[in-house]
Design a protein around this ligand. Structure first.
Ligand code: NAD
Length: 476
């Protein structure tokens, strides 16, 4: 049975309660885990607060050295960790390997910043004084993570937090705790001091983290409704919050685009991780002359995405993570069809004995989806793509911005003026121009509008795990 990680203890829930983690491809139990609650979060927060007193005072270059060593140890275990992630989440082994690799690389990337980011000297009018702006870690930080990219999204929070000298109480999604535990265990085995990152499990621990008085900052990746609740609760104690929430990223393809490259990026952007990604091509707007050739290429790509158990090397798309998630996507597709949309590809469940016990779904591409359909107005968190013909860039930009969300966006065109306009007018935290929608460690990532605020990745994320303090030295 898996346990929580609280300081040097590998511990059950104080209540003794447990729950099962199941494989979305087979329904089999993968492991039993503690069902933690407020009492466990309290122990974890106390442990993190204690560890903060030593971790935050370490010389930053020493912190960097420890984190690099810990990351190397974790990266040596990617092949062990990837199948655990596939079993609990459903994604293919290839996707799990990439994700586990990204976890270690992210720790190393932020370790490099530990002794590089600094404050500044400010000249003051009285020359017998001088001013400084120093950067200090915040304290204990709460990290709350969803199930779609359990490792990447944990690392996005843990890595900048601990590199900057903070300590963490981490809550994975209830259905995907196991690979996260393995990664944190590997960091500790590689030299990360006990108590710097503590892991609590169970659905109730998220709210307990947000409400705990010792926890000073909350970073949540999750749905927009959860973001609203977390922000409201965090307001009671005026905690800092970073909210990475839902998205419905538009992609505009103009007539002069490289359609082969666009089709590849759209297919990866929509169907990677069985479409369960926040940054994903979720609404496609294609100019008239490019429409037919692009659809032909996209359909050919979708037909190669064989669904299957992620552990099977022939699978190109794992199952959806839960029955509820699959039902939601199916309802969104049905809503579009009921309103008159045409299914160009897929849209059902794959047939065969191997699919009966899991939450499998076919990739789907739909056209003529009418305005107001759920696929345009809601986030589609699965492998289904609505496509619409547009006359020109004006229409594309108007439709792209007609959304409550503002996470990612992309445009494919050979015209640099069109690209420049899209970059300045698309309402989103990220715009890819003729490029695959993947988030880079180097670039700050985060949304606008109902997709949240605050940044992960980049120097900006590191800075958001520090507080500035002004200092005046007199009599000098
Ligand atoms: P969710 O909001 O249901 O849960 C996310 C996490 O928050 C889980 O760990 C959950 O237990 C916890 N949680 C739920 N209610 C809480 C509360 N009241 N207080 C504190 N914690 C609480 O989301 P999900 O279904 O696990 O994930 C899918 C959603 O996440 C999608 O909307 C997706 O777009 C979004 N997402 C966003 C990003 C991004 O970076 N913007 C990345 C990935 C996923």
């Amino acid at each position: 049975m898996a346990t929580m990680i609280i300081e040097s203890e590998r511990t059950k829930a104080a209540s003794g309660k447990t729950y099962e983690v199941r494989n979305p491809a087979t329904g089999e139990v993968v492991d039993e885990v503690p069902f933690g609650d407020v009492a466990d979060v309290d122990r974890a927060a106390q442990a993190a607060a204690k560890a903060f007193t030593t971790w935050s005072r370490l010389a930053p270059n020493k912190r960097a050295e420890i984190l690099h060593k810990a990351a190397r140890n974790m990266l040596a275990k990617v092949e062990e960790i990837a199948p655990i992630l596939t079993k609990e989440q459903g994604k293919t082994l290839l996707e799990s390997r990439l994700e586990a690799q990204r976890f270690g690389e992210n720790i190393a990337w932020f370790a490099d910043l530990a002794d590089k980011v600094h404050g500044e000297h400010v000249a003051l009018p009285d020359t017998t004084t001088y001013g400084l702006v120093v950067r200090r870690p915040i304290g204990v930080c709460g990290a709350i993570v969803p199930w779609n990219f359990p490792l990447t999204l944990a690392a996005n929070k843990v890595a900048p937090a601990i590199a900057a000298g903070n300590t963490v109480v981490l809550k994975p999604a209830s259905t995907t705790p196991l690979a996260t535990l393995a990664c944190i265990e590997a960091l500790i085995e590689g030299g990360l001091p006990e108590g710097v990152v503590n892991v609590v499990l169970g659905p109730a621990t998220g709210d307990a983290i947000v409400g705990h008085p010792l926890i000073r900052k909350i970073a949540l990746t999750g749905s927009t409704p959860t973001g609203r609740k977390v922000m409201a609760r965090a307001a009671d104690a005026l905690k800092k919050v970073t909210l990475e929430l839902g998205g419905s990223d538009p992609c505009i393809v103009l007539d002069d685009a490289d359609l082969e490259a666009a089709a590849r990026a759209i297919s990866v952007g929509r169907f990677f991780n069985c479409g369960q990604a926040c940054l994903a091509v979720k609404r496609l707007y294609v100019q008239e002359a490019a429409y037919a050739p692009l659809m032909e290429k996209l359909l050919a790509r979708a037909s190669k995405l064989k669904p299957g158990n992620g552990l099977d090397k022939d699978s190109r798309m794992g199952p959806m993570h839960t029955e509820t998630q699959r039902a939601e996507v199916e309802a969104q597709v049905k809503d579009a069809v009921d309103r008159g949309a045409k299914v160009l590809y897929g849209g059902g469940r794959p047939k065969g004995a191997e699919y009966e016990k899991g939450w499998f779904i076919e990739p789907a591409i739909l056209e003529n989806v009418p305005d107001g359909a759920r696929m345009w107005t809601e986030e589609v968190f699965g492998p289904a793509l609505p496509v619409r013909k547009i006359k020109d860039l004006d229409e594309g930009l108007r439709l792209a911005n007609d959304s409550q969300f503002g996470l990612g966006s992309s445009i494919w065109t050979g015209n640099m003026a069109a690209a420049r306009r899209a970059v300045s007018e698309l309402e989103a935290g990220y715009t890819w121009v003729n490029a695959l929608q993947i988030a880079h460690d180097e670039l700050p990532f985060g949304g606008t509008k109902q997709s949240g605020f605050g940044k992960e990745h980049g120097v900006e994320a590191f800075l958001q795990y520090t507080e500035e303090k002004s200092v005046v030295y007199g009599g000098v």
